[in-house]
Design a protein around this ligand. Structure first.
Ligand code: FES
Length: 121
């Protein structure tokens, strides 16, 4: 673990993904971060709808560069293509716990869980 690295983890919260379990995914993220004492290392919050409801629930993780979050930024509604940005689709609480354990705690994004933003609805 690189102790200097920090993350922002966002779980979408539109109606479709809520219906598919995004609240449970968010709860699992919060729980796992707390259990592993990773709260100081990763801010977890609810994003908006990323437009990938057909692949939801969706989780976007970005490296925290210390940039102040702008409430008007489109970052909670779309992928930004920023370095270190990772998009996970079809998340479950189990997958979320694994992402916290490997991506957040060990700095190892899990390629096999990456979403494909070009996948057709
Ligand atoms: S609500 Fe999850 S992507 Fe639309």
């Amino acid at each position: 673990m690189n102790p200097m690295k920090r993350y922002r983890l966002s779980v979408c919260k539109g109606m479709d993904c809520k219906g598919n379990g995004s609240d449970a995914v968010f709860a699992a993220a919060k729980e796992e971060l707390a259990q592993r004492a990773l709260v100081p290392r990763c801010e977890a919050y609810r994003g908006g709808c990323y437009g990938f409801c057909h692949m939801g629930p969706n989780v976007v993780i970005r490296e925290d560069t210390g940039r102040k979050r702008d409430p008007l930024s489109p970052e909670d509604f779309q992928l930004m293509g920023w370095p270190g940005e990772v998009y996970y689709s079809r998340m479950t609480p189990e997958k979320m716990r694994r992402v916290v354990t490997e991506h957040i705690a060990e700095d190892k994004p899990i390629r096999e869980l990456f979403g494909n933003p070009d996948e057709d609805p």
